[in-house]
Design a protein around this ligand. Structure first.
Ligand code: KG4
Ligand code: ZN
Length: 349
């Protein structure tokens, strides 16, 4: 070891205790996880109210908020877990992808804490964190797995071969599903983040009221495209406005939500059929969507394929998923150097 790497802890510690830190976007979150299953504490300080007045996340404000809250959130997580830094085995932190300023706050903070405590630092890919949220409540998952990762920044179909080994089978060529939901919601006058708002308003609407397109791309493609679907909604709204008509917001929300879910489900089924994988993991903020969960539940039970998804709070950004991914990195002895930096455009492979 040349001083640039973390020291691997001695074998005296019985439990593996990971502090997970997440600051990639607009949530400052920390969690203490024992042996990969026992979540001792989980603190999320959300900036949603701060960003709501701008209709989306303002990066500069997000990083300043992380600076203000990180230390408090970590201290609260340690207090609730009734542990101090010396009781930790390692600190796992998201280092990308995400907003560079936000990531830097978490990475710098985690580095300082781990160095001062004399414990290893673990760098976690945010996308990997989302997928690992599934392992928090399901340790019995058997590889190979297929993951449908749907968030505000990503829409990926991933073949998860074994711990640390991923193959991206398909991804969005333009907007992510969550991004499209957020943009349509904004046009409908709904607040940020738009996904949960669309889901809420859609309950009062009719999903067959508008026939929005389903972009399936080439017949065998596992890629996605949501930008044209989003534009179709915006065009429908603009045409109605020009005619002086007012359209039903719940009907538009329900019809668009249905279109997005239809595409996600059809592509997931195609990927399952092609790979022969028998378990689908849902991950990312949009995985909290009840229509997506219910539709996949129905489709997959008919095909004897297992569907696994985290509780909604572990679908959106959180420190527990980072701690869970960190636990598996810890077992593999996969520690980060002290030179770990934020990588805003980090890919999964
Ligand atoms: O994973 P996440 O918290 O952040 C990113 O990594 O992007 O995902 C946020 C996205 C937002 O686009 C939000 O509108 C969407 O997840 N989202 C939902 C729901 N909850 C959050 N979309 C549909 N239905 C939901 N219930
Ligand atoms: Zn995320």
């Amino acid at each position: 070891m040349d001083g640039s790497e973390c020291e691997v802890p001695g074998s005296l510690k019985k439990s593996v205790v990971i502090l997970g830190v997440e600051t990639s976007c607009d949530e400052t979150s920390a969690a203490v996880l024992v042996d990969g299953t026992e979540l001792r504490s989980h603190i999320i300080s959300s900036q949603i109210v701060t960003h709501q007045r701008y209709g989306g996340v303002v990066p500069e404000i997000a990083s300043r908020e992380h600076c203000l809250h990180l230390q408090l959130v970590v201290q609260q997580a340690l207090d609730e877990a009734k542990i101090d830094f010396l009781g930790l085995s390692a600190i796992a932190v998201t280092y990308g992808p995400g907003l560079v300023g936000s990531l830097l706050v978490g990475v710098s903070g985690a580095k300082a804490m781990a160095y001062a405590a004399g414990i290893p630092l673990i760098g976690i890919n945010h996308l990997e964190g989302h997928i690992y949220a599934n392992f928090l409540h399901h340790q019995d998952l058997e590889f190979p797995l297929l993951a449908l990762l749907v968030s505000g920044g990503h829409t990926h179909l991933i073949l998860f071969e074994t711990h640390g080994h991923y193959q991206v089978l398909g991804h969005t060529r333009d907007d992510a599903a969550g991004e499209a939901l957020d943009k349509v919601a904004r046009t409908l006058g709904l607040s940020y983040p738009g996904g949960p708002e669309i889901q809420r308003v859609a309950r009062e609407g009719e999903a067959s009221a508008f026939k929005f397109p389903r972009a399936m791309l080439e017949p065998d493609s596992l890629d996605f495209s949501f930008s044209g679907m989003k534009s179709a909604v915006l065009n429908t709204l603009n045409s109605a406005r020009m005619r002086g008509e007012t359209l039903s917001v719940p009907d538009i929300a329900a019809s668009f939500q249905q279109a997005v879910v239809d595409v996600l489900v059809r592509k997931a089924l195609l990927a399952l059929e092609r790979t022969g994988v028998k378990t689908l993991l849902l991950a990312g903020g949009v995985a909290a969507n009840s229509l997506l969960r219910e539709t996949l539940d129905k489709e997959l039970s008919e095909r004897s394929i297992r569907l696994v998804y985290p509780p909604p709070i572990f679908c959106t950004d959180n420190g527990a998923m980072i701690a869970t991914a960190g636990y598996y990195h810890y077992l593999a002895g996969d520690f980060a150097p002290w030179t770990l930096n934020a990588v805003p455009g980090l890919g999964l492979v």
